[in-house]
Design a protein around this ligand. Structure first.
Ligand code: NI
Length: 182
């Protein structure tokens, strides 16, 4: 398929609310091609996840996968997942967790974002089969980050303290980012 251009913060398409994928498009060539482009683009750019609006497609589709990425050395692996029309239900009774986040639409920067530590999510896969999971840790973070893109929300909008927002090199030099410099 194809590595697509990733829109960057400032592009108004990143602020739009994406449309659901109609049932008639489940398992269609169009949806399979979109998902392949999301995987190709995410992997080419070394991301942990990507949402369709980030490649200019205003539909409710995200992909994510975390192996042992040098960019996220602290993260537990997350299985390769495609979510179509996801609904995320935060479980704030399990507390909140903070971590540094990055985004392929905001290259070179990281920000400290607090999010509910556990979530339940429901979606369908590319063929329309239901997916339901309750997750914590980095999996919960990445699904919240990616699904925020479907509502036009970028992680700086989730930050409570903009003093903890900066360039990767400077944050690494200051010893604030875990692991090797991405
Ligand atoms: Ni992002």
């Amino acid at each position: 398929m194809a590595v697509r251009r990733v829109l960057r913060m400032g592009d108004p398409r990143l602020l739009a609310v994406a449309e659901p994928v109609p049932e008639s498009a489940f398992d269609s060539a169009w949806l399979h091609a979109l998902v392949e482009d999301l995987w190709d683009t995410m992997r080419a750019r070394g991301g942990a996840g990507l949402a369709a609006p980030q490649i200019g497609v205003g539909r409710r589709v995200v992909v994510f996968e975390v192996g042992r990425l040098p960019r996220y050395p602290q993260a537990d692996p997350v299985p390769a997942t495609v979510l179509v029309n996801p609904v995320v239900e935060p479980l704030p009774e399990h507390g909140w967790e903070g971590a540094w986040e990055g985004c392929l639409s905001i290259p070179g920067l990281r920000g400290w974002v607090e999010r509910p530590a556990r979530v339940r999510y429901r979606a369908v896969d590319v063929a329309g089969r239901p997916i339901e999971r309750e997750v914590g840790g980095f999996h919960a973070r990445v699904v919240q980050h990616e699904c925020d893109h479907l509502d036009g929300v970028l992680y700086p909008q989730r930050m409570r303290d903009l003093r903890r927002f900066g360039f990767v090199e400077e944050l690494a030099e200051a010893g604030l980012l875990p692991g090797p410099r991405p």
